[in-house]
Design a protein around this ligand. Structure first.
Ligand code: ZN
Length: 456
């Protein structure tokens, strides 16, 4: 692939030429779901965006040369609360939620990541990182908690582009008497009876559990190394979650950077309003799949460039449906194979400019260009399958319709023979309403016959 790839990096605040540290192993980490409930469509956005990037990286570097890690947070206080509320075990809740999550992301056409680590499977690695942070003075023990000392890291705030004082002024800081600095954050905390618990690090006698931020640092380090190429997630995670992940990794691993590119997708709102349960416009992926197919949902989201806010509307979904129809009709059942179109690739490689890439697909469809299929495949859209589905649907409708029309015609002929003309007229009106054109005649034996066709 000749096109250069540029990606917007939140830390340096610029679009940068992407050069992987090792082109034989391009490494990407994306923060995955906390598994306590159905994912909403705002959660779905990063999974879709980074799925497109995953596909593009695989096309550029070879599928076997890309490692995509997306974690599952299966230990977190929201999970404990929900399991208690529902009166089920934490494991029953997380297992069921993970199965639902997989069904949802499969339905919207996301490839499974290369590795999907679970936090509960990496407790030892978290403890090791915490011990080394305490040993090097970047963390301290207080009241059976371990806290990260933000003042110990000179570049804390580099992602948020804010100084400690500014962050403190703007943040809703959890006030705790044992914190040395208001911005210090929890690496480990003690567990009460009934809460998930593991032996604590740093010589703490009571069992405890990890904080959310250290989970990602430990899982990323385990599967991708101390520094890797791309770290992604929603813009709402940039601060404090990613800032804290970065701080932990830099301090524990003695590296200058955790990820060479930090990518964040924009917010999602529904019909012009912020999505919330109190607004009554809270939409899960499951709900959205009642409104359209997974492919329609996917395209509707990709019609907005990933850094821009999305306004999720029914109108947008209808636009996506119409576009997919045009493309599928253009491709017929053939048209796969060959390479993606150069202009399409250039658009996608320019910081995932999906709106421009989609406009190019429509041009290719208009021109009947065979690169339409392989280009759409990079967005995770299988046009050949869609075309086959549509033609199967058309045939099915035609067959059903033929049966119905012929049954009605037989009914009308019987009525005419029995001189029940009002009934015959009623059936004729029904056929005409369905777009059927009737041609009455007689056969060689002088019996009434009716041929029919569908009005164009
Ligand atoms: Zn994370």
């Amino acid at each position: 692939m000749n096109t250069t790839l540029t990606l917007y990096d939140t830390r340096s605040r610029q679009k940068r030429l992407f050069t992987p540290a090792d082109p034989d192993n391009v490494r990407m980490y994306v923060c995955g779901p906390t598994v306590y409930d159905f994912a909403h469509i705002g959660n779905a956005r990063p999974f879709l965006v980074f799925d497109v990037l995953f596909r593009l990286l695989r096309a550029r570097y070879g599928a076997e040369h890309v490692t995509y890690v997306r974690n599952i947070t299966d230990v977190e206080d929201k999970i404990n609360a929900r399991a208690a509320e529902r009166g089920i075990s934490i494991e029953a809740l997380t297992e069921a939620t993970i199965a639902d999550f997989h069904a949802d992301v499969d339905a919207i056409g996301c490839l499974r990541p290369t590795v999907e680590p679970r936090a509960t499977g990496h407790i030892a690695q978290m403890r090791a990182m915490i011990d080394s942070l305490v040993a090097s003075g970047h963390a301290y023990v207080a009241d059976d908690h371990v806290l990260f000392a933000v003042g110990s890291l000179a570049t804390y705030g580099a992602l948020a582009h804010r100084s400690l004082d500014e962050m403190l002024a703007g943040a809703r800081v959890e006030v705790a008497p044992y914190k040395r600095d208001g911005m210090d954050f929890v690496l480990w905390k003690p567990s009460r009876a009934g809460e998930p618990a593991w032996p604590s690090p740093a010589g703490i006698a009571v069992p405890g559990r990890p904080g959310w931020h250290i989970e990602c640092s430990a899982m990323a380090r385990t599967h991708l190394g101390d520094t890797f190429d791309i770290h992604g997630g929603g813009i709402d995670l940039a601060f404090p979650h990613h800032e804290n992940e970065r701080a932990q990794t830099l301090a524990a691993c003695h590296v200058d950077e955790m990820a060479n590119v930090w990518m964040h997708n924009g917010f999602l709102q529904v019909e012009g309003r912020k999505m919330s349960k109190s607004e009554g416009n809270f939409l899960t992926i499951r709900d959205a799949l009642q409104m359209g197919t997974g492919t329609e949902l996917r395209l509707a989201m990709l019609m907005t460039q990933y850094r821009q806010p999305i306004d999720w509307t029914q109108k947008r979904l209808a636009e996506a449906r119409a576009l997919l129809g045009h493309w599928a009709d253009a491709i017929g059942e053939g048209g796969q194979g060959g390479e993606a179109d150069a202009a399409f690739l250039a658009a996608l490689s320019d910081d995932l400019n999906t709106p421009l890439a989609i406009a190019r697909l429509s041009e290719l469809a208009k021109e009947g260009d065979p690169s339409l299929g392989p280009s759409a495949a990079l967005l995770g859209i299988d046009l050949a399958a869609l075309a086959a589905e549509r033609s199967a649907h058309t045939e099915a409708v035609t067959d059903d319709m033929r049966e119905e029309v012929e049954a009605l015609i037989a009914e009308r002929l019987a009525a005419r023979k029995e001189r029940r003309f009002a009934d015959a007229d009623r059936v004729r009106d029904e056929l005409v309403a369905r777009g059927v054109v009737l041609m009455d005649g007689k056969n060689a034996d002088g019996e009434l016959t009716t041929d029919w066709t569908i009005a164009k």
